[in-house]
Design a protein around this ligand. Structure first.
Ligand code: ARG
Length: 258
C-alpha cells in the first residue's frame, strides 16, 4: 500500500509538470484530476493574489515579484525564464490578463518528492496586486479553509478557463494518517477535506496554489500549498497540503535571497 501511494505521488507530480507542455483547452484530458472539485466560480478580484503558472500549476503572490508554489511544479533551482505567470484575472483568456515571465526558481532545499513541497518563482517585474501573507505559526492550522485554482473539477477532468473556489475543513494528522499512513509527513503537511462524504477538494492542476483562511484581523492568510492526494474528493482521502507555517522562516529568507 505504501509503495502504491508513493508511486501515485510520483505520478501526480510528473503529471503536473507535464501539463506545462499542454495547451490550455477545456475538455482536454489532463494527466491527473481537475482543480477544485465541488466548487463554484470565484468572482473577479475576489482572490487577487492568485496566479496561474504556465506549467499547469497554481501559485500565490508572496511578494509582488515572487510567487509561492509547490516544489513538484518546478524542475529545480536556478535561472529560469521559461515560466509565464498569469495574474489579475479569473478568466485566463481575458485580454486584461497580466502575464509576466519568470527569471529564477528556488525549489525547497532537500526536496526529494516527499514533504518540503514548496518553491519560489521570481518574476521579471513586479505585479501591482495584493499579496497573500503566509502563516508563521500553527495558530491558523485549523478551522475552515478556502482553496482556489484552475485545475480539474473532477478526477480525470480538464483544466479550467475560470478560477474555481471551494471551502474545506481541517483534517487532523491522525485522521489523515488513517488514510495515507506513513506517506503523510505530518510535521510538513496539513490535510483538509470532507472525510465522510468527500465531494470537495483540490485536484490536478491546482497544485502549488494556496489554501488560506481569515486571520484574527480578518485578512487572508496562507496556511497550505496544494500538494497531493489519492484521486480527488474521494471519501476518506483528504487533500494534502504543504504546511506553510513549518517552512515560513525558510520561505522568508529564501525570498530575501532572490
Ligand atoms: N498533485 C496535484 C497537482 O499537481 C494536486 C493534487 C491535489 N489532490 C487532491 N486530492 N487534493 O495538481
Amino acid at each position: 500500500m505504501s509503495t502504491l501511494v508513493r508511486f501515485m505521488k510520483r505520478t501526480l507530480a510528473v503529471g503536473a509538470v507535464a501539463l506545462a507542455a499542454v495547451s490550455l483547452q477545456p475538455g482536454t484530458a489532463s494527466a491527473g484530476t481537475a482543480p477544485v472539485v465541488g466548487g463554484t466560480r470565484a468572482a473577479q478580484g475576489e482572490f487577487p493574489f492568485m496566479v496561474r503558472l504556465s506549467m499547469g500549476c497554481g501559485g500565490a503572490l508572496y511578494t509582488q515579484q515572487i510567487v509561492l508554489t509547490a516544489a513538484h511544479c518546478v524542475n529545480g533551482s536556478g535561472n529560469n525564464t521559461s515560466i509565464t505567470a498569469t495574474a489579475g484575472v479569473v478568466d485566463l483568456n481575458s485580454s486584461s490578463a497580466i502575464k509576466v515571465k519568470s527569471t529564477k526558481v528556488l525549489r525547497a532545499p532537500g526536496y526529494n518528492g516527499t514533504g518540503k513541497d514548496w518553491a519560489l518563482i521570481k518574476l521579471a517585474k513586479p505585479i501591482n496586486l495584493p499579496t497573500l501573507k503566509i502563516a508563521e505559526t500553527k495558530a491558523y492550522d485549523n478551522g475552515t479553509f478556502t482553496v482556489a485554482g484552475w485545475g480539474a473539477t473532477r478526477e480525470g477532468g480538464g483544466q479550467q478557463r475560470y478560477l474555481m473556489k471551494a471551502t474545506v475543513p481541517f483534517v487532523s494528522d491522525a485522521d489523515c494518517q488513517a488514510a495515507y499512513g506513513g506517506d503523510l509527513v505530518a510535521g510538513e503537511e496539513i490535510c483538509a477535506g470532507l472525510l465522510d462524504q468527500g465531494g470537495v477538494d483540490t485536484c490536478q492542476g491546482d497544485s502549488g496554489g494556496p489554501m488560506f483562511r481569515r486571520d484574527n484581523a480578518g485578512a487572508w492568510i496562507q496556511v497550505g500549498i496544494v500538494s497531493w492526494g489519492i484521486g480527488c474528493a474521494r471519501p476518506d482521502y483528504p487533500g494534502v497540503y504543504t504546511e506553510v507555517s513549518t517552512f515560513a522562516a525558510q520561505i522568508k529568507s529564501a525570498a530575501a535571497s532572490m
